[in-house]
Write a protein that binds this ligand. Structure first.
Ligand SMILES: [Zn+2]
Length: 118
């Protein structure tokens, strides 16, 4: 879902993104005419690769992510997503959050158990 920044209301609205087995329920509202607040509740699972053996496995995800999106360049020093063309792309925001979970270190059950056994 893509929305033009200036068309986003100040009242809370919802969006939903489903990525395979992961359901992302989001809410968003404009905090000021250049800043948007987004909250995403992620639940389900994503497929990640084990950092030890390289096997793909399902990682359960149950997370709430709060973030800000600014219209154009932001001077605030927080972790803010800057939207370039005055369009907010919620699918892209969700995908980037999923990618940031994926780049973390993950160990499959087998490797986790072997690690504990030492
Ligand atoms: Zn493994």
């Amino acid at each position: 879902m893509k929305i033009e920044f200036r068309k986003i209301p100040y009242t809370k609205s919802d969006f939903k993104v489903i990525d395979e087995l992961l359901v992302c329920d989001g809410t968003f509202y404009k905090e000021s005419n250049r800043m948007l607040r987004v909250e995403i509740v992620m639940s389900g699972q994503i497929t990640v690769d084990c950092d030890i053996c390289g096997d793909a496995f399902a990682l359960p995800v149950d997370e709430t992510i709060a973030l800000k999106v600014s219209d154009g360049v932001s001077e605030e020093d927080l972790e803010i997503i800057e939207c370039q063309d005055h369009m907010v792309d919620f699918d892209e925001i969700v995908q980037s959050e999923i990618s940031s979970i994926k780049v973390d270190y993950h160990y499959c059950e087998k490797c986790k158990n072997e690690d504990q056994g030492e």
